[in-house]
Design a protein around this ligand. Structure first.
Ligand code: MG
Ligand code: ZN
Length: 233
């Protein structure tokens, strides 16, 4: 996979010993995506747009610092999150979760526990009529120079390549500065979820639903460009 040189790995550490740079649970495999319409655009042109979503504090309730969601029992969807995702999906965005999960590297949870939590998240959202397109996680700790842990852009770049996403037409939404930096590094628009304006992000909203409603409204109210051939008498 070509990351355009954005992934920095120490030369002495082969990538296969690092564990997966990215991973999806099987339920949200690429197979679920509709084939691209290659009749319209060149096959090399990325035509998809995505919302890259941080998980904890965006989709589900964040646990106190140093605590990790290790089981479905500890996973609680935030109010309005499912509705927001449904709006964004209807607008034509792929929904891609991008999450740091260093609890794995630190030994607080196992990979299979994380996958169970993600399966549960997918099922809870499916109940609300929303299906995620992909989940990327970084299981590494700080200082591992893995290239995928946010604020590095590795997971977004991998998703962009895997799913043929146009990054410049996509948004990264997160409740932490590292999400915003990762989104910027990848060349996406950036949205911080916070109660106070974050000058590092292009925009700040109190919740994912507020952002989704804003984007939906903006799309609806955009003036329709007048065709050049139109003559006004
Ligand atoms: Mg977060
Ligand atoms: Zn990583």
């Amino acid at each position: 996979m070509n990351f355009g040189g954005s992934i920095r790995r120490p030369a002495e550490t082969p990538s296969r010993t690092q564990g997966p740079v990215k991973a999806r649970t099987v339920d949200w495999d690429l197979k679920k995506l509709a084939p691209r319409n290659t009749n319209v655009l060149s096959t090399t042109t990325p035509i998809r747009k995505a919302i890259f979503l941080d998980r904890d504090g965006v989709i589900n309730k964040k646990l106190p610092e140093g605590h990790y969601v290790r089981s479905p029992m500890e996973f609680e969807l935030l109010p309005g999150a499912a509705k927001a995702l449904s709006i964004l999906k209807k607008m034509g965005f792929l929904l891609v979760i991008i999450t740091n999960q260093r609890g794995i590297a630190r030994g607080y949870m196992t990979l299979s526990e994380l996958i169970k939590v993600h399966k549960f998240m997918g099922e809870e959202l499916e109940k609300e009529g929303v299906s995620l397109d992909a989940i990327y996680y970084c299981p590494h700790d700080e200082g591992e120079k893995c290239g995928c842990r946010k604020p590095e852009a590795g997971m977004l770049l991998a998703a962009s390549e895997d799913l043929e996403i146009d990054l410049s037409d996509s948004y990264t939404v997160g409740d932490s500065l590292s999400d915003i930096i990762a989104g910027k590094n990848a060349g996406t628009h950036t949205v911080r979820l916070a109660d106070e304006r974050d000058i590092n992000a292009e925009s700040t909203f109190p919740s994912l639903l507020d952002f989704a409603l804003f984007l939906e409204h903006q799309a609806v109210s955009k003036p329709i460009p007048r065709p050049d051939t139109m003559i006004v008498l």
